[in-house]
Write a protein that binds this ligand. Structure first.
Ligand code: PMT
Length: 410
């Protein structure tokens, strides 16, 4: 049976409020993600928000007129503000500025968005975004506490570097986190967030095996496929640990990342992160130099012989732990893809192998490309996932894993 992993937000009516702050630019991506997940989105902006992002952008992405003004005869004739308040099943305000929190707490209704919040019985989610000092100000703290007491749900803020150059709490949560919060809100027992609470560990990228202090053995993996899987799994509600080899990709939001260099370090990090599902997407070096020279090896003889020894097979070892997770491996092949993939499925004792072409037959997929194609094998079946952008392919592979994962709650 194919598990519906994408329909939690289908047809759900979400009113997105955008207030004035630099994080307003992220609302464009949020609208895109919500609509991509099937939600109907209507956007209401405060006048200050329009200074940061054009209503036209959000109108194009939401496919609906964007509302800004409280007194707007044209819109009142179509969907008036009271009707809009009744229409919403969830009001999400992202970003929510310090000023808006204060007005909300005071119960002001001096613009369309604050009026809607008063006039609607829909649950209210706030994703604050502001300078760290403003977030930590006593007045903001009191406003937030009062709003929470009234049942308003706070999403974030996150901590980190801010647009103003300061460090601290006040960054808006990443939009994938906000999407996950919306999915969790609408999830039901009959239609749960597919990977809610599931611990999922993913390896990504290459490993580097040192020859001397300046040289190493490695491969062309960029980490894109594994990072896309980590992000997609997080969006499906999983608690994701991403064990990454040396890559130059930013961490997906809400994912716990462990950076490693070598296969042995990767094994240690993987074993330290107990999982319900393990996905081995990393291109792990099968061999490492037996000896690592302490100083740079000098150019002397005509030829240089390096003795290599086997690295641990991380995937095979994880498959032998007890209790063992549901194990999914990858196979990077230059020939006999199906035969090699099936051989790896058996030899490593895993539930699934996702095989892809690399090298001359990759046809634009494989290592370091934005897209890929997979042929997925399990004990008594297989499925082809056609060439697609890696984030889309990641989602398809997770859907396939979900339909085989026995631990999924009914
Ligand atoms: O990172 P990108 O640039 O996006 O490219 C993606 C990818 C091509 C690297 C990815 O799709 C992929 O194919 N990853 C697996 C690469 C690989 O090492 O394949 P393999 O056939 O050598 O290994 C089979 C499986 O055993 C893999 O799950 C691998 O992670 C695992 N393995 C291999 C050796 C080892 N010592 N330990 C392992 O766990």
């Amino acid at each position: 049976m194919r598990i519906p992993a994408t329909d939690i937000l289908t047809g759900r009516r979400i009113l997105l409020g955008v207030t004035g702050g630099i994080a307003a630019y992220k609302s464009a991506e949020l609208v895109r993600l919500l609509r991509g997940a099937g939600a109907a989105v209507r956007v209401v902006m405060t006048p200050a928000a329009c200074e940061f992002i054009s209503p036209l952008t959000l109108q194009a992405l939401s496919g609906q007129p964007v509302r800004e003004a409280l007194f707007d005869p044209q819109h009142e004739a179509a969907m008036g503000h009271i009707e809009l308040a009744r229409w919403a099943e969830l009001i999400l305000i992202a970003p929510a500025s310090a000023d808006f929190l204060a007005r909300l707490r005071a119960g002001l209704a001096n613009d369309l968005l604050s009026t809607l919040c008063l006039a609607s019985s829909a649950p209210l989610y706030l994703a604050p975004a502001m300078n760290q000092q403003m977030w930590q100000a006593a007045a903001t703290g009191e406003n937030v506490a009062a709003l929470q007491q009234r049942g308003v749900k706070l999403l974030g803020p996150a901590s980190g570097e801010q647009a103003c150059g300061e460090q601290g709490p006040g960054r808006m949560l990443e939009v994938s986190e906000l999407l996950a919060a919306c999915s969790e809100h609408f999830a039901t027992d009959a239609n749960p967030v597919p990977l809610q609470g599931v611990r999922l560990t993913i390896t990504a990228g290459p490993t580097r095996e040192a020859i001397d202090p300046v040289r190493f053995i490695s491969n062309h993996s960029s980490g894109k496929m594994g990072f896309a899987l980590a992000e997609a799994a997080r969006q499906l509600g999983a608690r994701v640990t991403l064990v990454a080899g040396p890559v130059s990709l930013p961490s997906p939001a809400g994912v716990s990342r462990v950076d490693v260099q070598t296969a042995e370090q990767m094994l240690t990090a993987v074993l330290a992160a107990p999982a319900d599902i393990f996905i081995g997407c990393a291109a792990v070096a099968d061999y490492r130099p037996e000896l690592v020279a302490e100083s740079k090896i000098k150019k002397q003889a005509e030829a240089l012989t390096l003795k290599l020894v086997r690295n641990p097979d991380i995937l095979a070892q994880v498959a032998q732990t007890s209790p063992r997770p549901f194990c999914v491996g990858f196979a990077a092949e230059t020939d006999s893809l199906a035969e090699n993939a099936r051989a790896k499925l058996a030899a490593k004792g895993v539930e699934m192998i996702a095989a892809n072409w690399v090298g001359a037959r990759a046809a634009g997929g494989g290592f370091d490309s934005a897209q890929n194609a997979l042929q997925v094998f399990w004990a008594d079946g297989e499925q082809t996932l056609a060439m697609a952008p890696k984030p889309q392919l990641a989602r398809q592979l997770l859907d396939l894993i979900l339909s085989h994962y026995p631990g999924r709650r009914p």
